[in-house]
Design a protein around this ligand. Structure first.
Ligand SMILES: O=C(O)CCC(=O)C(=O)O
Ligand SMILES: [Fe+2]
Length: 134
C-alpha cells in the first residue's frame, strides 16, 4: 500500500483524567451487512494507527496502551509513537489489533494524538460533523 500525508485523517487528541479509560476496541471500520464500511466517511479504512504520546506516565501510573491478543502493553512516554496495522496485507480488518487505553492511576493524566493513516486519500470536504467522530 502506498501512503502519503494525504492519507491521514484529521488528527484526534485523546485526553484521560485519572481513572478514565478507553475499553477494548478496534480502530478499523467494520463492514455493514450491505458491505459498506459503517463508520467510514469516504469509504476509507484506517489501515494504520500512529499513536503519539503527549505525556509520560511512570511505572505505577497506569495509562498503558494494551493489546490483549498480543499480550503487549506500552507505557506512555512523551514524544514516543506507537504504530500498528489495523488490517492485514490484503486490507482485511485484523481482529488481533484489539487494544485499550488503560486508566491513569489517581493523580495522573494522559494525552495522546491519534494519527490514522487510511488506505486512500482522505479529504476534508465532507461536513465537519461527519469528519469529527470517534
Ligand atoms: O489511549 C490509548 O492508549 C489508546 C487510544 C485509542 O485506542 C484510541 O483513541 O483509539
Ligand atoms: Fe484505538
Amino acid at each position: 500500500m502506498e501512503v502519503s500525508a494525504r492519507h491521514i485523517e484529521p488528527l484526534q487528541l485523546v485526553r484521560y483524567a485519572a481513572t478514565e479509560r478507553f475499553g477494548p476496541h478496534h480502530d478499523y471500520h467494520e463492514y455493514n451487512a450491505d458491505g459498506k464500511l459503517g463508520s467510514s466517511v469516504q469509504g476509507e479504512q484506517r489501515a494504520f494507527t500512529v499513536l503519539v504520546f503527549g505525556a509520560t506516565l511512570g511505572p505505577d501510573a497506569g495509562g498503558e496502551t494494551h493489546f490483549p491478543h498480543l499480550h503487549v502493553s506500552v507505557a506512555p512516554r512523551l514524544g514516543d509513537a506507537l504504530v500498528w496495522a489495523n488490517v492485514g496485507a490484503d486490507g482485511a480488518p485484523n481482529p488481533r489489533s484489539l487494544h485499550e487505553g488503560r486508566p491513569p492511576a489517581a493523580g495522573n493524566g494522559k494525552l495522546a494524538i491519534n494519527v490514522w493513516v487510511c488506505d486512500r486519500e482522505f479529504t476534508t470536504s465532507e461536513t465537519l460533523e461527519r469528519v469529527v467522530r470517534t
